[in-house]
Design a protein around this ligand. Sequence first.
Ligand code: 13P
Length: 262
Amino acid sequence: MADGNLRRPLISGNWKMNLNHFEAMRLVQELSYQVTRDDVDAVDVSVHPPFTDIRTVQTTLESDRIPFFLGAQHCHSDASGAFTGEVAPPMLAKLGVTYVIAGHSERREVFGESDELINAKVRAILANEMVPILCVGETLDEREAGEAQRKVEGQLAAGLAKVKPEQVASMVIAYEPIWAIGTGRTASADDAQAMCQAVREAVGASHGSDAADSVRIQYGGSVKPINAAELMNQPDIDGALVGGASLEAESFTRIIQYRLHD
Ligand code: 13P
């Protein structure tokens, strides 16, 4: 097991389809009043607004010198073309986006994204010098059938296909058990750690020990101020991908400050 201290924690707020651009600006400003310099010295923070908010959040972060990373929730795999309604990776890169979520379970389940498509997106994000946050996770049926690890390892192998070891080293993988998303039901810290350790071992087997030691692994699924510290203190959990609790400045700040609430 690698030393968790080598990897800088990353706390990401996935706003999903919430907040218009005025509300987005207000939230990042409120966060900037509550999150301290010590906090951002200790952890990286990213916010992932809807596309319509990204330009507003970018200018707010820049003009107020707020040290959060800008993120996106999704992108297409091509650089341009006749894909009505889609957004291309170079467009996000031009806006100063650093982290792009790929393969969120809502994209997989609701929008039918396949492992192959998600792999193409991961490679496109990397080709545009942004960092993919590749999401993996099992359903409740799969967990109860003892299939969780097999499912996650399959998603991982497909998502990281044809990605170079040094690129994997720079990436983020988010383990998000589907049954824990938006349900208030969190994986126990032990179960989350066990799967994140399995993810790291799978990365080691496919892409080598340097990639395994460097890749950051987030847990996501009903992360709240009350459970953040216990999850984050696990050796193979390097961050959190937060949905509902990232929509309010106070709860997201308390998650960012998990180290003060041990
Ligand atoms: P919740 O934190 O609302 O459960 O959402 C988790 C998630 O899907 C983050 O990507």
